[in-house]
Write a protein that binds this ligand. Structure first.
Ligand code: BG6
Length: 476
């Protein structure tokens, strides 16, 4: 018997095809999806056979992991509703589909331009409120003002505890593991501060270009598309104080304190502490690729596809410790990682040996790995030679039997269960935009435009200079 529902707006779109429906299928196949859950896909156009279209998308995405019989069980619970965000009557027909169900999760996977109308119409149709919840995809706005406007629209229809702002990085296994690493081990916490840590680097490098999203991407650029959400979330998890529990507000209170302690980058700081880049033609995985402006749909543009910056967190724990953030498209390798560089030993008793500082690297992608570099002696009788070696923990090898999950699987499950620890609270999203706006504003005032870098390289040379200015270098 069906007592709950998930309603996906934008059900025929890319996110739904590649992530949401395959994640729901995987959860079902693993016996984790509530058995009483109806899945309603909404789109503007009528669809004669949504379940069979969904089956094709999911089987294409999952390949050999797709099991026909499992799908058949799920296919029965799949429905389509024709809903136009701007047509109130169409919400009445959605209401009749949901008749008798009083626990509904609405997933807004449409352009954010429709969020206001969807919330308004859900409210008028009395579909918002009571046990119902809403999930919103990024981007929640393109600056503080538009983020506040979206948040206001959401708040008119739903209570804050029923609003789930997604950042899919928070659903990644390795990001979860960061919490375990920090707060389930006694080893690191005493060292996790300015006394022992020299600098932190967060890199999210992609080999892909903008693909077929030029129009969207050009409005945002790397700063707003990646730093405002994914990189700042990683920074928060690295830098926050230990929360008292995993309760949603306990964790989110600590994250928002970090965001509020970020020093604004304005005036002269902007050109010293930030680098904007845009890829020109070059190579990706050995084949020639066009520059950003020559991609399909492209034209002359001052949007950055790469950004590197130095953030500072003005609080006792982190005073004086640079946090370097770097993200870009068309980098030489796909690599997302957090590198924590400890300080050098204060005094060396090993003449003739360089003593590189210890480094902890938490790799999120492509593989999930943790490595700690320690200086060791090489086995040699006649002289004392030291060299750094790594203690490596490969999570993919250790848990080789576990299927690597799509980040959305965990997030969907958490949202269905009403647990918002892994979702972004209103004040958090707004604090992040406040800081990002100060950078955008600085770029505008100082006329900072992106420097070109050939596709397949680590961004403009000024990114190297950014770290070198403090005597540091990027971990590569
Ligand atoms: C999205 C961005 O949020 O994250 C994309 O809009 C980016 O531009 C993507 O490619 C990266 O996600 P992942 O999980 O592949 O690292």
């Amino acid at each position: 018997m069906v007592t709950r529902a998930i309603v996906i707006f934008g059900a025929t779109g890319d996110l739904s095809r590649r992530m949401l429906l395959p994640s729901l299928y995987n959860l079902h196949a693993d016996g984790l999806l509530p058995k009483d859950l109806l899945i309603v896909g909404c789109s503007r156009g009528a669809m004669s056979d949504f379940p069979s279209a969904a089956r094709t998308w999911v089987s294409e995405r999952l390949g050999s992991q797709f099991d026909k019989s499992k799908w058949a069980e799920l296919g029965d619970r799949l429905l389509h509703a024709t809903v136009d965000a701007n047509v109130p009557e169409s919400f009445e027909s959605l209401k009749s589909v949901l008749d008798g169900i009083d626990d509904v999760l609405f997933y807004l996977s449409t352009s954010p331009t429709h969020y206001d109308a969807i919330c308004r119409n859900l409210r008028s149709a009395r579909l918002a409120g009571s046990n119902n919840k809403v999930v919103v995809e990024k981007p929640v706005g393109s600056n503080l003002r538009s983020c506040q406007a979206i948040n206001d629209s959401l708040a008119r229809a739903f209570a804050e505890e029923d609003i789930f702002r997604i950042d899919h990085y928070l659903g990644k296994e390795a990001v979860q593991n960061l919490l375990a690493l920090r707060f389930a081990n006694t080893l690191f916490e005493p060292l996790w501060n300015k006394v022992s840590i020299e600098q932190v680097q967060i890199t999210v490098a992609e080999t892909v270009g903008v693909e077929d999203r030029w129009g969207y991407y050009d409005e945002y650029g790397a700063l707003r598309d990646m730093v405002q959400n994914h990189l700042l979330q990683l920074l928060c998890l690295v830098a926050m104080e230990p929360p008292a529990s995993l309760e949603p507000d306990s964790v989110r209170n600590e994250k928002v304190k970090v965001l509020r302690a970020l020093r604004s980058l304005d005036g002269r700081e902007i050109s010293k502490r930030t680098v904007r880049g845009q890829y020109s033609e070059g190579f990706a995985e050995g084949r020639p690729v066009p520059g950003y402006t020559s991609e399909p749909g492209g034209r002359r543009s001052d949007t950055e596809t790469f950004v590197a910056l130095q953030a500072n967190i003005d609080n006792w724990r982190w005073a004086g410790v640079p946090f370097y953030l770097r993200t870009g498209k068309r980098m030489p390798r796909r690599r997302s990682e957090i590198a924590i560089q400890f300080r050098e030993v204060p005094h060396s008793i090993f003449p003739g040996n360089a003593l590189p500082a210890n480094r902890l690297v938490i790799r999120l992608q492509p593989e999930e790995e943790i490595s700690l570099t320690l200086v060791n002696k090489t086995p040699d009788l006649d002289q004392l030679t030291l060299r750094p070696l790594s203690l490596n923990l490969s999570l993919s090898d250790t848990f080789s039997k576990a299927r690597r999950r799509i980040a959305y699987e965990r997030l969907l499950l958490e949202a269905l269960n009403g647990n918002s620890t892994l979702f972004v609270r209103r004040d958090e999203a707004e604090a992040a935009w406040r800081w990002i706006d100060s950078i955008e504003e600085g770029w505008r005032r100082q006329g900072v435009t992106p420097s070109p870098y050939p596709a397949g390289t680590w961004g403009p040379s000024s990114a190297v200079a950014l770290a070198e200015r403090n005597g540091h270098s990027w971990h590569e």
